[in-house]
Write a protein that binds this ligand. Sequence first.
Ligand SMILES: O=C(O)CCC(=O)C(=O)O
Length: 266
Amino acid sequence: MAHVQNDLWLTLDAESVTDYPDGVNQIYKGEIDGMLIKGVFSKEEMLKVKHKLESQKDALTLQRRTQGYGQLLGALLVENQSDTTKYFQDAAILRDELKNFFESGYEATVEAILTKISGGRTVELARKNAQQVYAPAQIRFVHPNQGGIKLHRGNEFISNPAFDHLRQIAKIKDCLGYYIVIDKPEQGGELFLYDLLPEQTAKDKKYWDLEKSQKRSYNPDIGDLVLFHEGVIWHAISEVKGQKTRITIGGFATLSNDEHKIHYWG
Ligand SMILES: O=C(O)CCC(=O)C(=O)O
């Protein structure tokens, strides 16, 4: 398979992303909704990552945080509003731990793939200064029978003061999201995109009938990377079924305000 194009969604091999050299900007501008890039990490590497996550669980400096859908390992930017001190401390710890988890280099691999679709822009992990560097991602554990990750989109959260610095350097409104599958559940855990929901404020969403809404679903495999218009398109992760937890690692990406760079963070 070289690539398959359905409406505004692309499914491609990691080698074929070069067919979309300005892909990040095309998603940012809404020309493409997203892309599923196959085999960015090998299944063997992801299996090792999963084993390390499990076997080193209690030895890690960072502890998993409980979330509605399960657990999160990483730094949480919106945790303390404008006080991002703890965020940057946790981000530094996570960056070190990712070096131990990913033999191939997590940041190097993500940057290499984003660079191929960056329109010639430099891809850089967002940073506030030499000491305060954003985390490249969060690791999300979606547990079985907990309802999945509820309907949301990035633009709901960007007025949080935690984003004040990012707002100065990057176009965080309408930004992109990405995630890579570390382990798949037996059933469920698909990404659902809802195209026709009203453009209302987030508080109205509890009244929306998601069952009846038009939706598309994507089910990436272990090692695949999904990059999509996370800030704009309402989306959810369906409930996980079976015994296994769905494990993904991901974050956000967008153009710098001067459009010379692509910044990413988690
Ligand atoms: O599957 C994931 O890691 C989360 C995907 C998602 O909901 C997001 O990126 O906003």
